[in-house]
Design a protein around this ligand. Structure first.
Ligand SMILES: C[S@@+](CC[C@H](N)C(=O)[O-])C[C@H]1O[C@@H](n2cnc3c(N)ncnc32)[C@H](O)[C@@H]1O
Length: 207
């Protein structure tokens, strides 16, 4: 999907179909269990910022980027409301190269399936691995090819929002994540309208 479409979707706060201020249990569990302790953290494709804000409220120092200016404006307001501080940046994911820091924890939540080009996906993971400190964690959550969609099959499919997303198998994900050691992998099922459901690959990795 292009940046302008995202900007239109984010014109009004909390209207994006994926925005949800309540944080998924599978995400929270990592921190409640103390598997990942408060540390310098990077989120890519943060949207309206709720996941970064949750971590900031748990004592994490968070940098978050998104290429949609409207998403970041909403995220800044949300952070203010929650009385937490997050370093938000507007730009394409490639701006992570300009951020000097490396991080103990990097994550993307419903972002990776927006990268449709195989070469770009590989490049992205390569760059993410440069941003994770040795011993640090990378968490990624994106569409599985097991998601039921109405009209299309294959890896790249039209979604209800009118954009195309990349639906990856677990095996493909494992190959893509080769710079990392996979700690855990799960399929998360999220019911949608009628008999359809979205299925996501959730991978926790370590460098
Ligand atoms: C499906 S949304 C998920 C947002 C957020 N993580 C959430 O779960 O609510 C994907 C986000 O990635 C951003 N995005 C998509 N492609 C991008 C790119 N090439 N560079 C930076 N951000 C991008 C979009 O603007 C959007 O906010």
């Amino acid at each position: 999907m292009d940046k302008d479409l995202f900007n239109r979707i984010y014109e009004k706060p909390d209207q994006a179909p994926w925005t949800d201020a309540s944080i998924y249990e599978e995400f929270k569990e990592l921190f409640v269990s103390k598997k990942v302790l408060p540390c310098p953290t990077l989120e890519v494709g943060c949207g309206e910022g709720y996941y970064s804000i949750y971590l900031a409220s748990q004592g994490f120092r968070v940098t978050a980027i998104d290429w949609s200016i409207n998403a970041i404006k909403n995220a800044q307001k949300n952070a203010k409301k929650a009385s937490v501080s997050v370093d938000f940046f507007v730009g394409p994911w490639q701006i992570i190269e300009q951020i000097e820091d490396c991080f103990d924890f990097v994550f993307d939540w419903r972002f990776l399936h927006d990268l449709l080009d195989e070469q770009e996906r590989k490049k992205y993971i390569e760059k993410i691995s440069e941003k994770v400190k040795p011993g640090g964690y990378y968490l990624s959550f994106s569409f599985s090819d097991k998601t039921t969609t109405s009209n299309e099959t294959g890896k790249i499919r039209l979604t209800s929002v009118g954009n195309r997303c990349y639906f990856a198998s677990q095996k493909e994900f494992e190959e893509l994540m080769s710079p990392f050691k996979i700690i855990s992998k799960k399929e998360i099922i999220i019911p949608r309208e009628k008999d359809r459901e979205s299925i996501y690959n959730l991978f926790l990795m370590r460098k």
